[in-house]
Design a protein around this ligand. Sequence first.
Ligand SMILES: Cc1ncc(C[n+]2csc(CCOP(=O)(O)OP(=O)(O)O)c2C)c(N)n1
Ligand SMILES: [Mg+2]
Length: 375
Amino acid sequence: MAGAAATISSSVAYGAGESGFWAKDLEDEQLVDMYRRILRIRWHERTMADKMMTDPTYRGYNHFYAGQEAVAVGVCSALRNAGSFDQIDLIYSTHRPTGHAIAKGVDLKRMCAENDFRATGLNSGYAAEMHIADPSVGFMGADGMIGPGPVIAVGSAFAIKARDSDQVVVNFGGDGTYATPHFHSALNNATLLKLPFIYVVENNLYHQYAHYSFSVPMKDIATAAEPYGIPGVVVDGQDVMQVYNAAKIAVDRARAGEGPTLIEAKTYRYYNHWGAPGATPGELGAFGYDPLAISSFRPERELRAWMQRDPVDISRKILIDWGLLDDAKADAIETEVKAEVTEAFAWAAEQPLCKPEDGLKHVFAEGVVEARQLA
Ligand SMILES: Cc1ncc(C[n+]2csc(CCOP(=O)(O)OP(=O)(O)O)c2C)c(N)n1
Ligand SMILES: [Mg+2]
């Protein structure tokens, strides 16, 4: 695979052929858990969007991830998500982080509290959506800046290699990150140093309100891997099994010390760039006009076409086709997840708000730094 962009075409049937081997090889419970996590992200999104539109006391805001769930869940399912900090795999997220956070396993209640600026939130209520982090599960943080994340992630991968650990680092980035110097610097250094690093580009076709072709000269961002001689993989980001398979191959390669991979997941976001403008309470997605955009930046038909290939429906169909679920079991999981999300928001709403005098706590780490950290 090295030296050329390998394509897992979207015509590959659900997990069929060589690329399907690992997903089919997972334990039944792990496969069902993928569906559960996709649903957890989806209902967190819908609940939060509805709250933003209907509850004036709610402070939270989000760059919604609905439509892209299979990317986060497919990738994180191929990672080590439990264990001590020197064992688990690490992910670096973006300004659109809550799906990544849930897929990696952050505590949903504490994330809901964080997003509503509550003192018992994941980061004491001072991070909110764009800076949430939970290193205990390897969720190294959201990042409001478009660009620097992958450079930090590559530094982390270098530290892992220096410690001779077999951990893997994944950086998620939007299609907008291609046009930043950090994208190229990250791939360059990860290749030269053969780091355990995976760059997952979530190509949802738009940066804010501009089509990606305004700043990306090629159709497939994965082809950016070619000059580095590392694998560049295009994957159907609506199909969790295909994402998983591509991620599993990349994770195995990274753990074996063979270096980085670039994965491009073709996907789409159902809400507008930020918050819930154009959305209607109780309805998935934002079809209306976003006043922040200069004009209607995407055709409604395009959104509806992507919604016909919905990651929730696709994962459910796969598991039913594979005989792991039937409609009644799938519905029961959905009911459980909805109850879990409702409970998380209700718990968060009762938590104390953070206090101004605590605002500068935890900005810098306390402790001792040796003059030379590497022998
Ligand atoms: C350095 C920097 N410039 C501009 C912005 C404003 N901004 C926020 S999101 C965004 C577009 C990101 O597009 P993409 O990477 O495709 O991610 P998506 O929002 O589609 O998930 C921009 C320009 C920013 N956050 N940081
Ligand atoms: Mg984008």
